[in-house]
Write a protein that binds this ligand. Structure first.
Ligand SMILES: Nc1ncnc2c1ncn2[C@@H]1O[C@H](COP(=O)(O)OP(=O)(O)OP(=O)(O)O)[C@@H](O)[C@H]1O
Length: 323
C-alpha cells in the first residue's frame, strides 16, 4: 500500500471510529413526555425500544426548515466563513465538522443571529431576519424556536440546576415584572404561570435524569452534568431547532454515551431538529443524518456520513495534508 493510501485508510478509520455499541447498551427506559402538546411527527410509540446509537428508523425527516445561502463572514483580515451554503431538514440531525478554526462556531452564530455576515443569508422557515437590529434579530430567532448551547458553558454557576433551567423559560413568560412584583400571594395569573413553568422545568429535569441535583449549585456539579444542565436550559425554550456547540467536549466515554442518548431522544421523541458541532467522529458518524464539513472557512464536504467519510478532501483536511 502506498504512503498516501495508508494515510487515507488510517484517516478513514479515525473518521469511522464508533461509540455505537456502547451507546445502545446504555439506553434507559423511554423518557417521560416533555412537551405536553408536542405531537412530534417522528415520535416513537410508548412500546418502542429506547434510543439506540442511530436515529430511529421510524423517524420522518421533513422539508427544509433552515437554509444557509452563500454566507461570508470576516473578522478584519480573517475570513471565518467563505461563501458557505447548506440546508437543514426538519427533524434531521445535521452535523457541522471541521478542524480547529474551520468556522463551525461562527456558522452557528450566523444561524442564531449573533453574527451578521457580510454576505449571504439564513432563512429559517422562510423568514429572513437580516434587516432587524442585532437584539431584535436574536430575540426573533429565539421566538421562532432556535435555541443553542455553548462550547464554553454559559451557566449561572452559583444558581441551582432548577433555576438555571428555569432561566431558559424567560422568553415564554407572559406576565410582566409589574404583575410578578405585585402578585396576590394566594393566587394570581403570575403565580399560575410560574407554577406551569416550574412543572415544565421539572419534566426536563426528569427527562435528563438529574433529579438528584435539582437544588445543587451548578458550579459544584461534574462537567458532564453541567453540560446536561446547559442542554436542559436550551430545551426549556421548547426549541424547534437546537444548535449544539460541542455538547460532548471534555466528557468521558460514559458521559458521552449518556449525552448521545439524550440527543437522540430529544430528536426522536419531540421531533426537534438538531444542528450539532462535534469533534468526536465516532459520535458524528453514528448519530447524524447528514454532515457538512468546513475547513479554513470553506465547505469541503456535504452529505451522508458514509459519503463524507469517503471524501478525499475531508480525509486530507483531517490529516492536515491540505495546508
Ligand atoms: N470574535 C472573533 N473575532 C476575531 N476572530 C474570530 C472571532 N471568532 C472567530 N474568529 C476567527 O474565525 C475563525 C473561525 O473560528 P471559529 O471559532 O468559528 O472556528 P471553529 O471551527 O468553531 O473552531 P474550534 O473547533 O477551535 O472551536 C478562526 O480563525 C478564529 O480565530
Amino acid at each position: 500500500m502506498s504512503a498516501t493510501a495508508t494515510a487515507t485508510a488510517s484517516a478513514a478509520g479515525t473518521l469511522g471510529a464508533s461509540v455505537g455499541a456502547s451507546v445502545g447498551a446504555s439506553a434507559a427506559a423511554p423518557a417521560p413526555a416533555l412537551f405536553q402538546d408536542a405531537a412530534a411527527p417522528g415520535a416513537t410509540d410508548p412500546g418502542a425500544p429506547a434510543a439506540t446509537a442511530t436515529p430511529s428508523a421510524t423517524r420522518r425527516v421533513g422539508e427544509v426548515i433552515l437554509e444557509v445561502s452563500n454566507i461570508t463572514l470576516s473578522f478584519g483580515g480573517v475570513k471565518a466563513l467563505n461563501d458557505i451554503s447548506f440546508d437543514v431538514r426538519e427533524h434531521e440531525i445535521r452535523a457541522i465538522i471541521g478542524p480547529n478554526g474551520a468556522g463551525k462556531s461562527s456558522m452557528l452564530n450566523c444561524i442564531n443571529g449573533v453574527y451578521q455576515p457580510q454576505a449571504g443569508r439564513v432563512l429559517f422557515r422562510g423568514e429572513d431576519v437580516r434587516l432587524l437590529s442585532p437584539r431584535t434579530r436574536l430575540r426573533r430567532m429565539a421566538e421562532m424556536g432556535v435555541a443553542r448551547t455553548f462550547q464554553n458553558l454559559a451557566l449561572f454557576k452559583g444558581m441551582s440546576v432548577l433555576d438555571n433551567i428555569m432561566s431558559g423559560r424567560n422568553l415564554r413568560m407572559r406576565t410582566g415584572l409589574f404583575a410578578q412584583a405585585f402578585r396576590n400571594p394566594w393566587w394570581s395569573p403570575a403565580e399560575r404561570e410560574e407554577t406551569a413553568h416550574r412543572e415544565h422545568v421539572e419534566r426536563i429535569i426528569d427527562f435528563l435524569e438529574i433529579q438528584a441535583h435539582r437544588k445543587t449549585p451548578v458550579g459544584r456539579l461534574p462537567y458532564g452534568l453541567q453540560k446536561r444542565v446547559d442542554l436542559g436550559r436550551a430545551l426549556a425554550m421548547e426549541p424547534r431547532v437546537l444548535l449544539l456547540d460541542e455538547p460532548m467536549a471534555g466528557m468521558n466515554v460514559e458521559e458521552k454515551q449518556d449525552m448521545c442518548r439524550f440527543i437522540l431522544d430529544v430528536n426522536d421523541e419531540f421531533g426537534t431538529t438538531i444542528v450539532l458541532i462535534e469533534h468526536d467522529m465516532g459520535v458524528v458518524m453514528d448519530i447524524s443524518d447528514r454532515v457538512v464539513v468546513l475547513d479554513y472557512g470553506r465547505k469541503i464536504g456535504d452529505g451522508k456520513p458514509d459519503e463524507v467519510r469517503a471524501n478525499e478532501d475531508v480525509i486530507r483536511a483531517y490529516l492536515g495534508a491540505s495546508h
